[in-house]
Write a protein that binds this ligand. Structure first.
Ligand code: SF4
Length: 357
């Protein structure tokens, strides 16, 4: 039970024991149509067949380039977008196209921290109104109790409670993001979906906000889905990491395994260009993998493996056959999966990229 629990706070279905699946996505597909109509209408594939599960108390990082579908995935998981195909379940309840009761359950159990703290907070509302709004909307507690609860939430995210009568413009970007986190925690959700929560902030305050989230996870046992394009931020936060490319998961597994020995050529390329690779190994690094060009347009993704147009290891089968997620080698533990026909080869060539371990 979260440490901030109160008799007035709604409890959706108790709190799942650590390790139990709380949120599960199966075969999610989401396509958007752009343009006004007629010939100018274009279908954009944003998410194409993603399955994943979140276990109580863990943090799962999602990384990938802009436009890979990370944010669409996040919005489907919190019920802000409805998938075209596939299903989402929260604590065993199918909430895919949530009916009223299921929607309430999802809203209380799964909350979102938005990317931009400058636009996600209503400038006409005080912090008291912003953070207390989910409680007011759900008719939770008395007015006096809600005020107390807001003070408690502000303390939790490291803000002084006596700032609650102020307006968003009176705070820095990092403080505004803390306000957004406090608001997301108001209903004591089990899961926080954080959509690039630090990418709009100065580098100097990013670490502070990341530390607030890590601290909350430890203290409240909240489950985190943390989306970012910065690999070093994700390494700092996540127990597991999923790497997305053009609407699909390229690789998923324990963070230490994926960062130390990435099995998918795309993950290898991302890490070879990242400062998160251990300095000692980096000194022996043979060559940074340079990806040619931008990712292909999601309006006409390539057949077969979507990464084949930029992959240094692409072969004929990559251009026709879609790789499914599988264990990259018998020697690897079960928890890591990569969607690559030639992941075994990619692993054996790892030293070309990172140098010997
Ligand atoms: Fe590269 Fe082929 Fe693996 Fe795709 S399936 S990542 S193109 S080797």
């Amino acid at each position: 039970m979260p440490a901030t629990s109160s008799p007035h706070t709604p409890q959706p279905a108790g709190t799942a024991p650590p390790g139990e699946v709380v949120l599960e996505a199966r075969d999610l597909v989401k396509t958007f149509t752009t343009g006004r109509g007629g010939l100018s209408r274009t279908r954009v594939s944003s998410v194409d067949g993603i399955s994943l599960s979140l276990r109580a108390g863990e943090s799962l990082g999602i990384v990938g380039e802009s436009g890979c579908g990370k944010s669409t995935l996040a919005r489907m998981l919190v019920g802000l977008e409805v998938p075209d195909l596939g299903s989402i379940s929260y604590r065993g309840h199918d909430v895919t196209a949530a009916r009223r009761g299921d929607r309430r359950l999802l809203r209380r159990g799964v909350q979102m921290v938005f990317q931009d703290p400058y636009t996600s907070l209503d400038p006409r509302m005080t912090v008291l109104e912003i953070v207390g709004e989910p409680l007011t909307a759900s008719r939770t507690g008395t007015r006096a109790w809600r005020r107390e609860r807001v003070a408690e939430l502000l303390s939790l995210v490291g803000l002084a409670p006596d700032l609650m009568e102020r307006y968003p413009h009176q705070f820095s970007g990092g403080q505004r993001q803390r306000i957004g986190i406090a608001r997301a925690l108001a209903l004591e959700p089990e899961v926080l979906v954080c959509d690039e929560p630090v990418s709009a902030l100065d580098v100097s305050v990013q670490a502070q906000v990341v530390n607030v989230l890590r601290d909350l996870q430890r203290r409240l046992g909240v489950t985190l889905l943390f989306i970012a394009h910065d690999l070093s931020v994700v390494r700092h936060v996540a127990d597991r990491v999923a790497v997305m490319y053009l609407g699909r998961i390229a690789e998923i597994g324990p963070t230490a395994t994926v960062y130390e020995a990435p099995a998918h050529p795309y993950t290898q390329a991302l890490l070879s260009a990242s400062p998160v690779v251990d300095r000692a190994r980096r000194g022996r690094m043979a060559a940074r993998i340079v990806l040619d060009g931008d990712p292909p347009s999601p309006t006409s993704p390539p057949p077969g493996c979507r990464f084949h147009t930029r992959c240094r290891m692409a072969r004929d089968d990559c251009r026709t056959d879609v790789p499914s997620l599988r264990r990259p080698s018998e020697a690897q533990e079960r928890a890591r999966l990569a969607a690559c026909h030639h992941a075994e080869d990619a692993l054996t060539r790892l030293e070309d990229v990172f140098g010997p371990a």
